[in-house]
Write a protein that binds this ligand. Structure first.
Ligand SMILES: C[C@](O)(C(=O)O)[C@H](CC(=O)O)C(=O)O
Ligand SMILES: [Mg+2]
Length: 306
């Protein structure tokens, strides 16, 4: 109950170990802390906190409007609810080198296992939209150096995301990624790759784990986990998928309520009360409550008789 049962340091160490195992780790995006519990219950390897989802949750587009405090707050709430490692989208680091350093320490305090910092100009755009711009290499490397220098737990995974592929092509992306690794990045997130063999080229060129972004309605086809693993990818995120599914279900259910005047026909699609309580570990809280109650009775009794 109350979750998580592990310290952030233990989660980071476990994440590093799993990443070194050569398996493909799957990290669905948690759109809230409760959905992180579901992701864990279903046996996934980690939880992703998407910048696009944090923004959308607030009713905002993903154009660099959310603040470090908002994103770190949400990442902390999610990380708190799961024993899985949490990977958070730190956008551009919320500024330049000095801001990136503060972002890393704030995210570390929030209990995440890793974060990614991208090389887009401020204010950033969704990586799968046209018209985004990247900073020059020197600025991109500064952000990563600042991130690596700022962390206090050496197991905190600093991932460099590069958005250069869309504007400058795959060769430029590989070159940028190699420079980011030389600057200290522990892993690379090549954004908006189009074909599976591009992931393969990237994974072959780098000595660090590579992440694939399987966001829907984007530039990439939705490759299966098996194909990504065969291409040498180490981690895959499904950043906005659960939010899209939940909002799709909510949209249809609201139409039904308007049309039918009740949600009776929708009940079969709902998570049941029993399923929700199980996910919340409700019985454990009851037991805890009883323990406190018993204790106070005994205590009270002792006071009266002495
Ligand atoms: C991964 C991503 O950065 C996110 O914030 O989740 C987005 C996802 C999306 O907009 O589909 C991205 O820029 O790819
Ligand atoms: Mg993002």
């Amino acid at each position: 109950m109350l979750y998580s049962t592990l310290t952030p340091a233990a989660k980071r160490a476990a994440f590093r170990e799993r990443l070194g195992s050569g398996e493909l780790l799957q990290l669905p995006g948690a759109f809230n802390p409760l959905s992180a519990r579901l992701i864990e219950a279903k046996g996934f390897d980690g939880v992703y906190v998407s910048g696009a989802v944090v923004a959308a949750d607030l009713g905002l587009p993903d154009v660099g409007l959310t603040t470090l405090s908002e994103v770190a707050g949400r990442a902390g709430q999610v990380a708190r609810m799961t024993d899985l490692p949490t990977l958070v989208d730190a956008d551009t680091g919320f500024g330049e080198a000095m801001n990136v350093a503060r972002t890393v320490q704030t995210m570390e305090d929030a209990g995440v296992a890793g974060l990614h910092v991208e090389d887009q100009v401020n204010p950033k755009r969704c990586g799968h939209l046209d018209g985004k711009q990247v900073v020059d290499e020197a600025t991109a490397l500064q952000r990563i150096r600042a991130a690596v220098t700022a962390r206090r737990d050496e197991n905190l995974l600093i991932m460099a995301r590069t958005d250069i592929r869309a504007g400058a092509g795959l060769d430029a992306a590989v070159e940028r990624a190699q420079a980011l690794v030389d600057a200290g990045a522990d892993a690379v997130f090549p954004e908006a790759m189009q074909h599976l063999d591009e992931f393969e080229v990237m994974a072959d060129a780098l000595d660090v784990p590579v992440l694939a972004n399987m966001t829907e309605f984007g530039k990439s086809e939705l490759f299966t986990a098996a194909r990504l693993r065969d291409a040498g990818v180490a981690m895959v995120i499904y950043p906005v998928s659960l939010l899209r599914l939940a909002m799709g279900a909510a949209d249809r259910a609201l139409d039904t309520l308007r049309a039918e005047g009740s949600l009776t026909s929708q009940v079969e699609h709902m998570q049941t009360r029993a399923e929700l309580y199980e996910l919340l570990d409700y019985p454990a809280y009851n037991t805890f409550d009883t323990g406190v109650y018993d204790f106070s009775l005994v205590d009270h009794h002792r006071h009266r008789t002495t």
